[in-house]
Design a protein around this ligand. Structure first.
Ligand SMILES: Cc1ncc(COP(=O)(O)O)c(C=O)c1O
Length: 336
């Protein structure tokens, strides 16, 4: 029998530590309990740490000024995708969705951050037999961390992007649909190359030479009045934000989002281009390969979608997508 502790009014958080990591919040959540941020550690030889054998979700908590609390956007959808990633890797399910949600709430309450945050929920494989990272193990664990996530300059000014010399991983080699840390080696190569070359971000082409995604976001093009994004079968993560954009565009403006392959040169002649993802939200791409997109400034469709997204994320009850962090609830449960 495993005891799940909820650190709340009845069970106060551990004494406030002073983290050695600058800018870090006070607490993290590791395998069932809140720990000082710097004690959120897994063994160096765990498969999760050694080979990136983990699955994760990045979520955003929006600070609601009126309610003076955080609200997690599309929590259920992120947990559903986490389950899909786990299933694909034969990863046993250690915690229920409800327990993970409660852990996120407890973490946010303990850190008491009164601003927008980004949460990372990570399920990892532990030590395999004989410390062999290739041996299957059902030893798994979970950690959850959060950090302040203010908007970057790109949200208002737009981004300058390149087309990466690196190709996006594909479903027959490293499936991007599975959100595992190991996939981000490909993202790192591409992002670091782009930054070294003076760009803010980069668009990776897939194995067929069509646009796939950026290192951490989906790509949407506006061309001849139509919104277009690569399909989920083109070597991309099936984005939750792009699905949000699709629904908002359709419900509020009657715009449809077409999912079809996008050629590299279509990006050069697009009217507008933007990237979207939980962390970046919606950011305009104003230049691609040093060619201005449209007139080189964030366009009206992107601006409209940014406004609709802002409304959806900060108005709980408007869409059913927001989960406000509940006030502490004194209780302790046991789980068989
Ligand atoms: C590689 C990649 N593509 C796309 C996305 C956008 O996905 P979502 O909108 O679900 O955050 C992300 C964000 O995590 C990502 O890492």
């Amino acid at each position: 029998m495993r005891m799940i502790e909820e650190h709340d009014a009845a069970m106060p958080s551990p004494p406030k530590p002073s983290p050695a990591t600058p800018g870090a919040p006070d607490y993290a959540w590791l395998n069932g309990r809140l720990v000082p941020f710097d004690e959120c550690v897994v063994h160096a030889r765990s498969q999760g740490a050694f080979w990136g054998a983990n699955v994760f979700e990045g979520l955003r908590g929006y600070w609601l000024e009126g309610e003076q609390r955080l609200s997690i956007f599309r929590l259920e959808d992120h947990l559903r995708r986490l389950r899909c990633s786990m299933k694909s890797l034969h990863m046993p399910l250690t915690y229920s969705d409800e327990e993970i949600a409660q852990a996120c709430f407890a973490l946010l309450r303990a850190n008491d951050l009164k601003a927008d945050v980004h949460l990372c929920v990570v399920a990892y494989f532990g030590l395999g037999a004989n410390l062999d990272p290739l041996n299957y193990t059902d030893d798994t664990g979970m950690h959850i961390t959060c950090m302040l996530a203010p908007r970057s300059r790109g949200f208002t000014h737009g981004l300058r992007a390149s087309i990466s010399t690196w190709r996006r991983i594909s479903d027959d080699t490293m499936p991007p649909r599975i959100k595992t840390g190991a996939n981000y080696h490909n993202s790192r190569l591409a992002q670091h190359e782009a930054v070294r070359n003076g760009f803010d971000t980069t668009i990776l082409l897939n194995q067929a030479g069509n646009a796939a995604e950026t290192p951490g976001a989906c790509v949407v093009m506006v061309r001849d009045g139509r919104l277009v994004t690569p399909p989920g079968t083109s070597g991309v993560l099936e984005g939750i934000t792009v699905a949000t954009v699709e629904q908002l565009a359709s419900e509020h403006r009657g715009w449809t989002l077409e999912r079809r392959p996008i050629d590299r040169t279509e990006l050069y002649i697009a009217d507008e281009l933007f990237v979207c993802g939980t962390l970046v939200e919606i950011q305009s791409v104003v230049e691609i390969d040093r060619i201005a997109v449209g007139d080189g400034a964030p366009g009206p469709v992107t601006r409209t979608l940014q406004r609709l997204y802002e409304q959806a994320t900060r108005t709980p009850g408007l869409t059913g997508w927001s989960t406000p962090v509940p006030a502490a609830e004194p209780r302790q449960r046991s789980v068989a």
